[in-house]
Ligand binder design. Structure first.
Ligand SMILES: C[S@@+](CC[C@H](N)C(=O)[O-])C[C@H]1O[C@@H](n2cnc3c(N)ncnc32)[C@H](O)[C@@H]1O
Length: 302
């Protein structure tokens, strides 16, 4: 029930109303390289210096920096010469490109792709389908055809996913005891962020990433170095039955663990794994804990 205070001053509604402004401020500061510059400079800088080095207007940069201070993404110190800005610990860790936990690519994906799609949310609700056609002029019948409409877009998507795994991949992998499984398949394993976490926690395991040919090619070129012998690739286009036959053909002995996406409405492999998860009640309970990651790990009895 709402309190009188909430009704007199609907703070929560103002927060919701301004939510997209907050996102855009963070995206813009990232995109312009504010956090990277401040990391490199190893000290605080004035807004004029930041504007000059990043090639922006002085007034625009000053406002952006002050907004970032308000959002606790930057700190400001008032000196006799004026205001000097520096990164917070949070920004150094997550908003700079070079940090191992960088969310830069994830944020850029949200800024340049997700944000544009959400502009059409009203249409999406009316039509009951995603809005890639309106937002980007590409057919949305094949979701991954739309998501991977250019190589640049696909690479950004792959970096974005890996960025998330750099924060929560360890927890997801550690949620189950995978030590009995040395042969692991990651269906739709993309750039291999989760596979990397898996072999680091279970050094005796090998992970095979199964994904679309063009994804596998980029994953090999940019994400998984060839000397990483514990991660291998298998390229192809999976369908529901294809997953079963692939697993049966490939895994000759012993138990095998498959990692894939939880999406009950999806066609192809994901449906297969969610069906199996239903028949493992304890696994399902564990998966509840992982709901926020929308990932499910499924024990496959081959
Ligand atoms: C939402 S992404 C998840 C990627 C990865 N599991 C992760 O969490 O980072 C789904 C993955 O499935 C792959 N994929 C989609 N359709 C596929 C198909 N028919 N056959 C093989 N891989 C597919 C995509 O290329 C993408 O890497």
């Amino acid at each position: 029930m709402s309190s009188t205070e909430d009704l007199d001053y609907p703070q929560i509604l103002f927060q919701y109303n301004n939510g997209f402004l907050v996102s855009k401020i963070m995206f813009t500061a990232c995109e312009l390289g504010v956090f990277d510059l401040l990391l490199k400079s190893e000290g605080s800088l004035s807004s004029d210096a930041i504007a000059e080095r990043l090639g922006t207007s002085i007034s625009g940069m000053e406002r952006l920096l002050d907004a970032c201070v308000g959002l606790k993404l930057l700190e400001v110190e008032m000196k006799s010469e004026g205001a000097f800005y520096r990164n917070t610990e949070l920004s150094n860790l997550y908003l700079t490109k070079s940090s191992p936990k960088s969310q830069y690519h994830n944020l850029m994906y949200y800024s340049k792709t997700v944000y544009l799609c959400w502009h059409y949310l009203t249409d999406a609700v009316r039509d009951g389908k995603n809005q890639y056609e309106r937002a980007f002029g590409v057919s949305s019948k094949d979701l991954f055809g739309a998501l991977y409409r250019s190589e640049e877009e696909m690479i950004q998507f792959m970096y974005g996913l890996n960025a998330i795994w750099s924060i929560c991949g360890r927890d997801v992998i550690a949620a189950f005891d995978l030590s009995p499984f040395t042969v692991i398949y990651d269906l739709g394993g993309c750039a291999g962020g989760l596979a990397q976490e898996c072999i680091s926690l279970y050094p005796k395991s090998t992970v095979t990433i199964y994904d679309l040919p063009k994804v596998v090619q980029v994953a090999k070129e940019r994400f998984v170095p060839p000397e990483e012998r514990q991660i291998t690739f298998h390229e192809g286009k999976l369908g529901l039955f294809c997953v079963c036959s692939y697993a049966k053909k490939t895994v000759l002995n012993g138990p095998c663990f498959m990692i894939t996406e939880c999406n009950e409405n999806s066609h192809h492999p994901f449906l297969f794994t969610s069906l199996h998860v239903r028949s493992f009640p304890s696994l399902r309970r564990n998966c509840e804990a992982l709901k926020c990651f929308q990932r499910i790990m499924c024990l496959l009895d081959v």
